[in-house]
Design a protein around this ligand. Sequence first.
Ligand code: WTA
Length: 592
Amino acid sequence: MPFAKWFVGGRLNASYICLDWQIQNGKGDKVAYYWEGEDYVRRVVTYRDLYREVNRLAHALREMGLKRGDRIAIYLPMVPELPIAMLAAARLGVIFTAVFSGFSAKALADRIIDAQAKVLITADGSLRRGKVVQLKSIADEALRSCPNVKKVIVFKRLDGNVNLVEGRDVWWHDVLPKNDVYVEPERMESNEILYLLYTSGTTGKPKAVAHSNGGYMVFVHSTQKWVFDVKESDVYYCTADIGWVTGHSYIVFGPLSHGITSVMYEGALDYPEPDRWWEIVERYGVTIFYTAPTAIRALMRYGEEWPNKHDLSSLRLLGTVGEPINPEAWRWYYRVIGKERCMIVDTWWQTETGGILISPAPNLAQFPLKPGSATFPLPGIDPEVVDEEGNPLPPGNKGFLVIKKPWPGMLLTLFGDDERYKEVYWSRFKGVYYTADSAIKDEEGYYWLLGRSDEVIKVAGHRLGTREVEDAFITHPAVAEAAVVGKPDPVKGEVIAAFVVLKKGQEAGESIIEQLRKHVRTELGPIATPEEIHVVNMLPKTRSGKIMRRLIKAVALGSTVGDISTLEDGASVEEIQRAMEEFRMSMGIRGP
Ligand code: WTA
């Protein structure tokens, strides 16, 4: 540690495992994905179909001059071409970075530039709540600042009515060879990079998490089996978007490496009605269903009548991921969706961990569940809950979760920045991996994950950094300073609450607030739309100039700050109390 290596010298290719190997095992005609567009367009993609398309695209990419170690970016909606693009890159040993299709032009450009991607794969558009998301025009805007991208491959999902830049842009259906081709898979050394996935942290700049070929594939394959207990006959539906890690590991590499059948759906969960997912479960006979607590809470609000309209008897296993699940949502999921017959796996993990670390594992062992606890670590995972100094805490105490031993799915590094990797994950506590999550281990050894202890917020399960959002505010000409905190929300888990100081002479009022909301949305994407924006006269800061976010959060929530002696470095208790008082007054809040 911190640069652990797995299966050194071992060779494999992820696309070979997911495709060639499955076909050799007689699964050519088996369905890999049942795909459904939001407009009810349907496609059935078998393992052989996937294999053909992946080879054809890999051929086209190779013709463009891409070779092992090069990078490409993928900005696609939830269509089968997204896993096809990932697997085609993997086949060539080309490192891909998939960018969530809800991200803005700027977010896309930042990632393309950081990864030095030479090719972008995108689509004309996609459907979301009945509206067209103009992916190609967002991509065009991003590419204005990415001269390194020489070729753009555009998949036609809609009517294809978009502008193609001469010499740069080509249609997917034109650039792929007309006939079947075979592209020899590269023999990747286990510790070479399979993909980069950007994720939010404490600074304004997203981190490029690098995952390996060998360790990663072994880990997602194993955890897919242990946690989801997959069987030949399963129809598995993970509702995540492949643009996030859950989709990478548990829609693409995990399920395909087992040769099982998955469902992929393009659109919104409540479009055209709040029973869209249950309709899908019924139509395809879904047996394993994996989603996020925020979605469960949203569906709970619509009422039981929506799931009750459908036959959900095919379901046998339910899962959750992305944020802590409150016991009320857990019980609803168990009773209304699982009809008190289905086991629930609450799976704790992170972009960096590659796969699930703490979760029930019905394939390995049976034990009583506790709603809200992710239960126990999986085999080979050695967690500990520690105090500020890194000392193990006795059961029942809240502390920081660390992992004491490396595991195969662990990130290799942050791409191009080994120092930052060491600093972010391995410097807070000596010799152990720092998760930045708070947790409690109870008397019986069950783990309760309590959310982040750093500046990361989870908005509807999507990971965002407060600094990224603050930086987006500051790029607006009217803003002098901004502070962002996560505010608890009954459906989304957390929402963004922002406190901004305007430049001198700027009028505070509804119109500026609306402008700022739009501005942040275009800078980062719809998921980062602030829920609350407060214009204030000052932000409480330490002498060294650090914004006291915990204090702001306490004021915003109307709660107490807790132990203020440990609040921020260098600030005295009196200073903090004074700052808090001033900040309250500046927000128009009086009294304690
Ligand atoms: C949170 C998502 C409680 C946690 C796979 C972690 C959870 C962050 C759970 C990683 C869970 C994920 N219970 N909290 N079952 N699963 N988290 O990188 O705070 O998007 O650090 O990866 O989500 O988010 P990321």
